[in-house]
Design a protein around this ligand. Structure first.
Ligand code: HEC
Length: 174
């Protein structure tokens, strides 16, 4: 009998602290979801750029505007369009967030428009270092040897000869 009020009190406290913990965990994960989750170029960024930018800033030299290529990392960086780690110093961030119809990218007459979420993703991706992944066939070979080296680097280093370097999961493809 004596313990009942105590038990009740403890139960209330436990429920409260559980709720508080839950709230803290929830708010922390919401707060960090956008900032810290690594953004995938191939899955999240490439689709935005190819849908909205590559017609005018892509591989097609004839159609290329302002001599700016956004599909080749070095060119975009040399141009100053992208400064890895620094969205504030990246021309593309200025342009996608511009309120000026003359400056905003993509241009209004292209009838393309980025959503707020897409702008944020581009900016976060630059903040995370603007890591471009190349097409899967240029990705480093995984599993054997040094996983950070590309096929070309293996061949250059003379470590792999032509008959075996096209490997996929252990199968020799050539
Ligand atoms: C319909 C064609 C078209 C599309 C699509 C387009 N651009 Fe542009 N872009 C241009 C033209 C034309 C210019 C040059 C005129 C100007 O500076 O506004 C330009 C200029 C720029 C510049 C400034 C270059 C400089 O020298 O200052 C940046 C950065 C840029 N675009 C980024 C983008 C990004 C990022 C996208 C996609 C989100 C995009 N553009 C989509 C046509 C396009």
């Amino acid at each position: 009998m004596n313990y009942q009020p105590h038990n009740l009190l403890m139960r209330t406290i436990n429920q409260r602290s559980l709720l508080t913990c839950f709230a803290i965990v929830l708010s922390t994960s919401l707060a960090t979801a956008d900032d810290s989750a690594p953004i995938s170029f191939n899955e999240q960024i490439r689709p935005i750029l190819s849908e909205n930018c590559f017609h005018c800033h892509g591989p097609d030299q004839e159609a290329r505007a302002a001599d700016l290529r956004l599909d080749v990392c070095d060119e975009a960086v040399d141009y100053g369009a992208i400064t890895p780690g620094k969205p504030d110093e990246s021309l593309i961030v200025d342009r996608i967030y511009s309120d000026d119809a003359e400056l905003i990218m993509p241009p209004p007459e292209s009838h393309r428009k980025l959503t707020d979420e897409q702008k944020q993703l581009l900016s976060d991706w630059i903040e995370q270092g603007a890591n471009y992944q190349r097409h899967w066939s240029f990705e480093p070979i995984r599993g054997e040897h040094d996983a950070t080296k590309t096929i070309d680097e293996f061949v250059d280093a003379g470590k792999l000869g032509p008959p075996t370097y096209w490997r996929s999961g252990g199968d020799v493809l050539t």
